[in-house]
Each structure stands twice: as C-alpha cells, then as structure tokens.
Design a protein around this ligand. Structure first.
Ligand code: PLP
Length: 445
C-alpha cells in the first residue's frame, strides 16, 4: 500500500502555478520541475523516480540524514499525545527537556534557551534580546547593531539589516536604522585553498575598533557574525579573528552574538561552532539541525548574565515582550529531543570530525579542475569557488548545480560557489561519489 502511494506520487505532478516559491526562479522551475517526493538516509527521490545523493543535507539541516526512524517515531508519538499547548503562560514537558539538553551541549556559560520557528526568527529575537538587555541595565543608548559584509542572517527585517548580501537588501527600503558592518573576510588573493582556518586576516577584526570609536561604545549594543558564514559561500574565520572580535566586544561592553544556524549540531565536528573555535558568545542562534530539518524550529541560547538581567521587576510580570504562537511547539520539541538522541547516541558530531580529513582531501582534489579558483573546508562543510562567466555572475555555478542533479547528486550554489554540507551519516564512498560527480560535470562544461 505504502509503495503504491509512493509510486503514484512519483508520477503525478500537480499544477505548479499557484505556489510562489522562495529564493527560486519560479518561471524556470515551473518549466523544469524538480520535485522531491520522498527521502531516506543520504538519498532523496524525485517525482519521476530518480535517486539523488544529498550533499547538502536538505538546506544544511538534515544532519541525521533524512527520515531517521527515531526522529520520525518521536514526532508521530508526540502528534498523537499533544498537538499543541498554549505557548504563553502555559508550557509542556518536552520543551523544558529540550532546553535542558541544549544548554548541556552548549559552551560553558550558555545556560538558557528561548524557542522560535526558524533561523530568521532566532536572529531577530537575539537582536531584540540584545537591545532590551542594555535598556534593562540602564544603558538604553546602546541601540546600534553591527553585522558584517557578506553575512547572512535570514530574511527578517533585523536579519537583512545586519546581513551583508546586497541582493537580499536592495529591494526592501531603509531597514533598521543605526546598523553598521564589519568588512568581510573573504580574500582568495591571500588565502586560496586554505584547509581549515585561513592564516591571513585576523587584523580585519580591528575594524571593529574603528566602527566603535566612530559611534562611541556607549551607543553600540551588539555584534552579530556567523562563526563560519554559510550562505555567502562557506567563509571561514581567519586564525585569531573570532578571539579578537570577542576581546574588543568585552572591552567595550558590547554583546557578541554568534549566528550558529548553519554551524550548529555537528557541522563543524562539535556541537556548535563556538566550541570548535573556543570562543564563547553571549547569545547564539540555532535552527536547521536542531530538529535535523524535520519540524521547523529555531532557538536563541543565552548566557546566565543576560537571562538574570531580565529576571527583575515584579514577580509574575512578563520580563520579555516577545514570543511566537509556535515557540517550543510540541512536535518541534519532540523532534529536537529525538535529534539529540540520535546525534549523541550515534556519535555523529565525532563522526563529522573523524570524516573531516577525508572530506578535505576529496574536496581539495578538485584543485586544477576547469574554472576552480578556490576550495575551503572545515568539519563537514566545504566550498568550491568557480571563476564566474564574464557578464553572467552565478550562471556557471547554477549550470553545475543542474548538471550534478542530472547526474544524481544534490549540491548547493551561492553566487559562483558550490557548497557542500552533507548529512553527518555520509559514508566515505559517498564523499567520493559527490566529488567525482562534480569533477565530471566541471570537465564537461
Ligand atoms: C547563518 C544563518 N542565519 C539565519 C538563517 C535563516 O534561517 P531560516 O531560513 O530558517 O529563517 C540562515 C539560513 O540559511 C543562516 O544560514
């Protein structure tokens, strides 16, 4: 019965017109539809029965692989037991369990979890927490937020304001006032083909001193950066860079927010990028791997100092006027707990670290292939940057994406960079398949 249903779905394409797809060329897609109708482990299966090896874990999220039976079971059980519980003034046990378990794997000093439904909501929530924290402490003039060029922090107004990708900003007006940006750290003239953290560029953090001096520290609330920028093309922090940012923030009473939406849950070979780099922020965002991509959920993890600062005023009064109907939704919370069971029970964070060398060697073997101009990697995250076609930025990478799909592998592109972030269950032979497919496709251009 189940098989018949799957087959039927694979052959049936619904009318595609009504759905306005996100971050997609809608007209092209609807003429060349690529529908995934089911998935299992490392593989996705299309509507027309094609098997695809997933080299990006959905969208950097299905870290335990697709449809892991333990996560599926937990979601089913939760749906049968408690569909929803009012998120304000009421709670349910699973979300408290998840908060406890998340802070257990967070860096020391990060002791509280606030739940949201996506990475974008996590970012906007963290920015609001930073502003409200300073105001609650009597430093309400600290309203400036500092992001970074090439940063991606989702698509809320807060996130695009601190973000640094112009296509995501230019259509949407003035955005948040009082935002400044650090320079990006992507310099392949200095750091091409670095394995892990590049050697050159720690001094780029010094620009924070200049920005802070320009505005005066008393007006600056927070700095937000991704430990490894993902959506801008896998940009690793130069050695010593994150430490410098932390030190400058500390010196000026500025909060440091790490956007860990991509770096969390084993992607770097540790629970969070903060642990991998040994730098602890004041606030961390998480999403994606939090439920292994199964149910939408995000989180902001906060230091005790931040939480305690809010816990003043009359007992019983609301301390933070913020939250979502679906904050800590029971299905998401159950999926989050089950995902942690799988990650820890199956040793997947360690697995990512163990596979790092193999993944690195395989990716870097593409050096010298046509149009490859840089390769970068850490943990199970990697990128191959291509020379753009003159006058047609992004076109080359998009063609490689389409050709890889036709050859049975899903990769991701950002600009003219090919990005890789496979589920942490990937086998060595599957790493080979991904890289050899990319090689074949590059050579055929
Ligand atoms: C670093 C970072 N922050 C925020 C987001 C936004 O997450 P979402 O798409 O769940 O809103 C993303 C998504 O890729 C991300 O990479």
């Amino acid at each position: 019965m189940a098989d018949n249903t799957a087959r039927q779905l694979e052959n049936d394409i619904p009318d595609l017109e009504a759905y306005w797809m996100p971050f997609t060329g809608n007209r092209y897609f609807k003429q060349h539809p690529r529908l995934i109708s089911r998935a299992e482990g490392m593989y996705c299966y299309t509507h027309d029965g094609k098997q695809l090896l997933d080299a990006v874990a959905g969208l950097w999220c299905c870290n335990a692989g697709h449809c892991h039976p333990k996560i599926v079971e937990a979601i089913k059980e939760q749906a049968e037991t408690l569909d929803y519980a009012m998120a304000f003034q009421l709670g349910h046990p699973t979300v408290f369990e998840l908060a406890n378990r998340l802070v257990d794997i967070a860096p020391e000093g990060i002791d509280y979890a606030f739940f949201v439904n996506s990475g974008s909501e996590a970012v906007d929530t963290a920015l609001k927490m930073a502003l409200a924290y300073h105001r609650t402490r009597g430093e309400g003039a600290r309203t400036r937020l500092i992001g970074r060029e090439k940063g991606y922090h989702g698509v809320g107004f807060g996130g695009i304001s601190v973000g640094g990708l112009s296509p995501n900003r230019k259509m949407f007006g003035a955005m948040l006032p009082g935002v400044d940006h650090l320079p990006h750290t992507h310099h392949i003239d200095k750091n091409a083909y670095s394995k892990g953290q590049p050697e050159w560029g720690a001094h780029l953090a010094d620009e924070l001193e200049n920005i802070v001096a320009l505005h005066d520290p008393s007006t600056v609330a927070a700095v937000i950066i991704e430990p490894i920028a993902g959506s801008a093309g896998v940009l690793l922090p130069p050695r010593g860079y994150l430490e410098k940012v932390r030190e400058i923030c500390d010196r000026h009473g500025i909060l440091l927010i790490f956007d860990e939406v991509i770096c969390g849950f084993g992607r770097t070979g540790e629970s969070f990028g903060a642990k991998r780099f040994g730098v602890t922020p004041d606030l961390m965002t998480a999403a994606k791997g939090l439920t292994s991509g199964t149910v939408p959920m995000g989180a902001v993890l906060a230091s005790k100092d931040i939480y305690d600062t809010f816990m003043t005023g009359p007992e019983g009064a609301i301390e933070f006027f913020h939250g979502y109907t679906y904050s800590g939704h029971p299905l998401a919370a159950a999926a989050g707990c089950a995902a942690l069971d799988v990650y820890l029970g199956e040793g997947l964070f360690d697995r990512a670290k163990d596979l790092e060398g193999k993944f690195e060697d395989a990716l870097h073997s593409l050096k010298g292939e046509p149009n490859v101009i840089d390769i970068r990697n850490m943990g199970l995250i990697g990128a191959v940057e291509l020379e753009p076609i003159e006058g047609q930025p992004t076109a080359r990478a998009m063609q490689i994406f389409r050709d890889c799909y036709d050859n049975g592998v899903i990769i991701r592109t950002t600009g003219d960079t090919l990005a890789f972030s496979p589920p942490l269950i990937i086998e060595e032979s599957q790493i080979e398949t991904v890289v050899e497919t990319v090689r074949t496709v590059l050579r055929a251009q």
